[in-house]
Write a protein that binds this ligand. Sequence first.
Ligand code: F6R
Length: 597
Amino acid sequence: MCGIVGYLGTSEAMPVLFNLLKRLEYRGYDSAGIAIMNESVETFKTRGSVDDLRSIAPDIKGCTGIGHTRWATHGKPSSENAHPHCDCTGSIAVVHNGIIENYIEIKGKLIDSGHEFRSETDTEVLPHLIEEYYDGDLESSVQNALSVVRGSYALAAVSADDPDKIVVARKDSPLVLGLGDGGFFVASDVSAILKYTKNVIFMDDEEIGTIKKDGISITTLKGVPVEKKIEMIEWDPESAEKSGYEHFMLKEIFEQPDIIRETFSGRISADGVDLGLTLPDVKRITIIACGTSYHAGLFGRYVIERFARIPVDVEIASEFRYTDPILDCGDLVIAITQSGETADTLAAIRESESKGCEKLGIVNVPGSSITRESQCIFTRAGPEVGVAATKSFTSQLAVLLLLAVQLGRQRKVLSTADANEFVYELKQMSGNIQRVLNDAPQIKECAELFAGADQCMFMGRGANYPIALEGALKLKEISYIPAEGFPAGELKHGPLSLIYDGVPVVAIATEDTVYDKVLGNIKEVKARGATVIGIANESDTEIEKYVDYVIRIPDANQWIAPVLSSVVLQLFAYYIAYYRGCEIDKPRNLAKSVTVE
Ligand code: F6R
């Protein structure tokens, strides 16, 4: 959802900015641009990728600069609409992530006072406003400009008058500053700067920072100095690299055995589960999330209700915030979010706070906005660069399983013996994911057969229903094949009409209490000509009689099998997209981390 970067230091800025931008490309990739402080502000931008920009930009010398990779909101992808945007004189340049809500009104006033606009973006009002307020000091001009702006922003601004300075500001869009040996870094996301430094400052809302050669100072928008903590990021810089894999998505799928071990580390023992926080004793839980994280939330409902017997509602964050939700003071609201920055999820958790609810985040990115607003359980999946969520999803499922067990024990509805038996199963999860991955060549062969499909259906029941939804989402987002996931029991109520000769249906038919029912549903689609790919346990000797192709997962507890099936579906989607020649890490129109509404 747009990435902004900046560098001020002793090295040439251009190669550093390209490096930072490449690492943020997953946030948007329809256009890119940089501004380097030379004798003047030298700006280059283009429609297309960071590599396209690199191929057209001349080598500009200068040790200070800012950059941007765009995911279009206001104005189509074009070089005019790409950032940085400049003021009328071309001496002030700004990169921005967010939305200026009152830009039409501001733009009108600026045009009336003689400013000339070159783009259709909301962002362009920022450099003109800074120009309007310019008093020789970039920081106070940015501060004054922001006082009339409504909306969200993470921005970096430079001025030809002050070539050794970058001014940054944040409101409702992420912004992190890195303190390295040879200079200072600005980025929308920590993973971009990990290669250079692990020491970071997370900017908070309504803060302005000034970066100069001798250091960083931060104040509130009203100019009150703020003492910021320098935090150390534990992530391994290698984990944000492709490490020989063709795509980040594939690399991240194959990281899952290690990630799950990390997610469980120090949290499970012979005595059960300890997430390191006291969970409130509540009567009702509401889970809010978007996209893949929402599917994890649906899975969470099944396991929390089963293990802890607490009623759980699961809501799509963008719907929840506008429905005047009925929440009781003391209910627990859990926000699930990989990035910790999804605008709708953050707004929903704030809404629940205003109603007096207890809040809990399940989050991956350290230092992200949600971590500063709520107590959080970290999924510990490391940086996820592929736009399609994979390892973050399975680590969310793993945390939800832990949460369900801890709540169940706390409420004494889960016996010690049952908890211990389940913990034993959890300990096998990482090894079992590895066994699924060992079968990747077979999943690849199966995917090749369906790479030309016009549509694909995914069905499952119970805790496998959210996994079917996630399988469909993965396939559609990276291969562009229309795909639908549905609860197998709903077939007769509509989806059956989509079945025709040869249409692929992926049926999750692992052994659980509804296994026989799923076999019945498979018969229904087979009878209408579907080609069925069954995901089944390795010991299942029946399944071959029902389906056309079988992909096996290790025998596992029925609450753990959905995690293993998820990995199968990730690989299935990945290989289909691969055979279709899709841009797997940069799916059309999508960006990771949706920081605008
Ligand atoms: C799909 C995907 C998205 C995200 C959604 C929520 O692969 O990644 O659907 O799950 O945008 O993002 P987070 O979890 O960061 O709140």
